[in-house]
Ligand binder design. Structure first.
Ligand SMILES: Cc1cc2nc3c(=O)[nH]c(=O)nc-3n(C[C@H](O)[C@H](O)[C@H](O)COP(=O)(O)O)c2cc1C
Length: 194
């Protein structure tokens, strides 16, 4: 197997992070990988906001968790995601949907037909680049709902995100705390050779 492809197959969503901040040179490479993701018609509309302010990340992460359950009993809403790297759906004592990651990226794109695809392309490049460099990452959703709140609007304004941009997704970055997970086997029958 090609080494790069082998690396792609050993990337895992990581939710248990060390408290130390990530290396700046690594972050720059990861962001560069994000910028080189494809975009529909080469629009390059997206903006990647890098937030390393723990207080802001904690508050946004708590809002993110709220958006998952919205006051409902988590037991009734949640489904199992990962035993080795528990998500807020596995461990109801986790209070932040950002899992205390030291760096939180928010990917914004101009609202257009391919906005979500453009953002997801960036996110995947970032997830892989982080893994290649020995860092850990996790894709997080509900970002549109988080940034539709009053506090979300306040942060958008503070960060200078243009009004015509939609918040599509988050990527959490940090160093893994604890052992590497075994990874989740991929289901059979998902490729149809025709
Ligand atoms: C569109 C999308 C949304 C996701 N949202 C979340 C999320 O909100 N919170 C979270 O902890 N993980 C989230 N994940 C990560 C998935 O749970 C994870 O990729 C999946 O369980 C497979 O595990 P693996 O990435 O380790 O292979 C999301 C992944 C994708 C692609």
């Amino acid at each position: 197997m090609n080494e790069t492809i082998e690396m792609m197959c050993t990337r895992h969503a990581i939710r248990r992070f060390q408290t130390r901040q990530i290396d700046e040179a690594a972050l720059e490479q990861i962001l560069r990988a994000g910028l080189y993701a494809p975009s529909a018609g080469n629009n390059q509309y997206s903006r990647i906001v890098v937030c390393q302010d723990r207080e802001i990340n904690d508050r946004l992460g708590r809002i993110n968790r709220w958006m998952m359950f919205k006051g409902k009993d988590p037991q009734a809403v949640a489904h199992a995601v990962s035993a080795e790297q528990p998500s807020i759906q596995d461990d109801f004592t986790l209070m932040s949907g950002y899992y205390n990651a030291p760096t939180v990226l928010t990917i914004f794109t101009k609202n257009h037909k391919y906005a979500r695809e453009d953002a997801a392309m960036i996110a995947e490049n970032i997830l892989l680049a982080a893994h290649f460099l020995g860092l850990s990452a996790c894709y997080v959703g509900r970002t549109d709902e988080v940034f539709a709140t009053e506090y979300g609007h306040e942060m958008r304004k503070k960060w200078g995100v243009p009004d015509d941009m939609a918040a599509v997704c988050n990527v959490l970055l940090g160093y893994r705390d604890g052992p590497e997970p075994h990874g989740k086997p991929r289901r059979e029958g998902r490729i149809l050779r025709v």
